[in-house]
Design a protein around this ligand. Structure first.
Ligand code: ADP
Length: 190
């Protein structure tokens, strides 16, 4: 299997690049943010809970997120591989993902981390707010909170994959096509 963690701060382009990678490599795309938003739209219990954290720009608690992610993975028994987009966002989530994949006799192939500087992220999220309809994009204070949560809680997950020699940094600034090409090269050279 080809199992990729697509990593990066909010606004780095994980969603956009995931769309291309799933098509090129025939992978299943699991975006925890998208799954939470679908639950909010469907007014499920999980959605209601997730919304209270997402609206503040905080992380949904690990236990809830991990259980949700596990059940999504188990829905795709015959997958050729997965793109994990927006997960893992904490070391506890990374450990849980390793355990889950190991129980399925597979593992993470690599973490591809999109590197984008903070000013550029703020610009992109401000622009995205015009069409995304996401409440967490609309307010600069919430955007800043998401960037801070990324720095404090999520960025340390890089070290988790570095320790396994699975971490690859990808320059996330430039044309969308250029960035895709960098990702394809990293995958094809594995
Ligand atoms: P972005 O990366 O642009 O912030 P996402 O759609 O990945 O957007 O995430 C939106 C929000 O969903 C996060 O701010 C957080 O509240 C919640 N969320 C998504 N993935 C996770 C996760 N793995 N753990 C905890 N919360 C998450």
């Amino acid at each position: 299997m080809l199992n990729i963690v697509l990593f990066g701060p909010p606004g780095a382009g994980k969603g956009t690049q995931s769309e291309r990678l799933i098509e090129k490599y025939g992978l299943v795309h699991l975006s925890t943010g998208d799954i939470f938003r679908a639950n909010i739209k469907g007014e499920t219990e999980l959605g209601l809970l997730a919304k209270s954290f997402m609206d503040k720009g905080a992380l949904v608690p690990d236990e809830v997120t991990i259980n949700m992610l596990k059940s999504e993975v188990l829905k795709h028994e015959n997958a050729k591989g997965f793109i994990f987009d927006g997960f893992p966002r904490t070391n506890a989530q990374a450990t849980a993902l390793d355990e889950l994949l190991s129980s399925l006799n597979t593992s993470i192939t690599m973490m591809l981390a999109l590197d984008v500087e903070e000013d550029e992220l703020r610009e992109r999220l401000k622009k995205r707010a015009e069409f995304s309809g996401r409440p967490d994009d609309a307010d600069p204070a919430i955007i800043q909170n998401r960037i801070n949560v990324y720095k404090n809680e999520t960025a340390p997950v890089k070290a988790f994959y570095e320790a396994q020699n699975k971490f690859i940094s990808i320059q996330g600034i430039g044309e969308i096509d250029e960035i895709s090409t960098r990702l394809y090269q990293a995958i094809d050279n594995r």
